[in-house]
Design a protein around this ligand. Structure first.
Ligand SMILES: CC(C)(COP(=O)(O)OP(=O)(O)OC[C@H]1O[C@@H](n2cnc3c(N)ncnc32)[C@H](O)[C@@H]1OP(=O)(O)O)[C@@H](O)C(=O)NCCC(=O)NCCS
Length: 345
């Protein structure tokens, strides 16, 4: 029979095994695509893009620069930040909506580039929410004592799946990658750093609200699908907008409840960077003022699942949260899939 003393020991042990941040990194392509350049490509204006989305510029991969290249660069920086050698990485979880190949996973290709030859590696597909899903999965695996550390990467080459003749989507997205090395030993119950709570939710009934119709097993790429431009991202922008605000608000409230906190306990909110108006609506509903909101959409656009880890790295590097401070991260995207996490830094 499990004694009470044994129960207490095991609870304490569990409390000391939460994922915590050991290092972070980001990588974006050098090439900047400005609104002025987009004005020459489609019928749009800098003024429309800035006022409707908050985006001034985004980064775009050069020829031959792929998702795994960005992922490996961000991952390598996170490892350097943590002082961990690639060979000592146990697990790589990589979120992407733009895998370099459909087989094998981009995590495998990233593992090879990093030289993390001992690690298990797999991809997570949850669109813009993918990195937070990856963090929740990695945290669970660390708590289950299957691994000692996990490199969670969000990497996207959105320029490969965006239609640069469609003004309603091409102005919004950009390329980039962000990464965090999670260690297992966050003693959050006793005030240590680490993940306090995570939340994930999905509504597959709305799958076609934000998707790529062709290029997968259901509709393989043909000359017809290409001429109809069905390999590119299609979205119902207005519906996605409304659902994004409501879902991120609800998810934020759920994850705060799980952490035993209120929004007033949060030092900084890091929302998915999809649209400045989505971020502002969310902040208003949550009761968060501009000072407690991290925004970098003006520089990168929507980098899908790379958006939150890129922001988190900038937040850490610029020491925007005091030691022991907490961040609320929340994301929403295709699936529809969304999620949140509360992290003590
Ligand atoms: C896409 C989005 C910026 C459009 O903004 P909006 O205010 O909803 O604009 P609408 O879609 O209602 O379009 C308004 C008009 O602007 C036009 N328009 C669309 N894109 C334009 C562009 N780049 N430049 C100029 N005009 C544009 C539309 O054609 C429409 O014209 P019409 O009234 O003559 O038909 C906005 O809906 C959005 O951000 N949605 C969420 C997208 C998102 O974040 N997706 C990823 C989720 S992770």
């Amino acid at each position: 029979m499990r004694s009470q003393a044994a129960g207490i020991i095991s609870d304490q042990k569990q409390a000391q095994r939460q994922g915590f941040i050991r290092g972070t990194g980001l990588a974006v392509p050098d090439r900047v695509l400005t609104n002025a350049e987009l004005e020459k490509m489609v019928d749009t204006s800098d003024e429309w893009i800035r006022t409707r989305s908050g985006i001034r510029e985004r980064r775009i991969c050069a020829d031959g620069e792929d998702t795994a290249d960005l992922a490996a660069r961000a991952g390598s920086k996170a490892l350097s930040d943590a002082g961990v050698e690639p060979i000592d990485v146990d697990l790589i979880v990589l979120s992407t909506a733009t895998p370099d190949h459909l087989l094998p996973s981009t995590a495998c290709e990233t593992q090879a580039r990093l030289g993390a030859h001992r690690a298990a590696a797999f991809d997570v597909s949850a669109a813009c929410a993918g990195w937070l899903y990856g963090v929740a999965i990695a945290d669970g695996l660390l708590k289950a004592e299957l691994f000692e550390n996990a490199l969670v990467i969000g990497a996207e080459k959105m320029s490969a799946i965006i239609d640069y003749t469609d003004r309603s989507t091409c102005v919004l997205f950009g390329d980039g990658a962000g990464a965090a090395l999670l260690g297992s030993g966050g003693d959050v119950a006793n005030g240590g750093t680490g993940l306090l709570a995570t939340h994930m939710q999905t509504d597959g009934r709305c799958a076609q609200m934000l998707w790529r119709p062709a290029g997968g097993a259901a509709m393989p790429s043909t000359s017809e699908t290409q001429s109809e431009r069905l390999e590119f991202v299609k979205q119902e922008g207005r519906d996605v907008f409304k659902r994004a605000v409501l879902a991120m608000e609800e998810s934020s409230r759920i994850v705060l409840g799980k952490a035993g906190m209120t929004i007033d306990d949060i030092d900084l909110v890091i929302p998915h960077q999809a649209n400045i108006r989505i971020i502002e609506s969310l902040a208003k509903r949550l009761g968060v003022d501009r000072e407690r909101l991290y925004i970098n959409i003006d520089r990168y656009g929507n980098t899908s699942s790379a958006s939150i880890p890129i922001a988190l790295d900038e937040v850490r590097r610029n020491e925007m949260v005091p030691p022991g401070g907490t961040v609320l991260m929340t994301a929403f995207g295709g699936g529809l899939a969304w999620g949140s996490a509360v992290l003590r830094l």
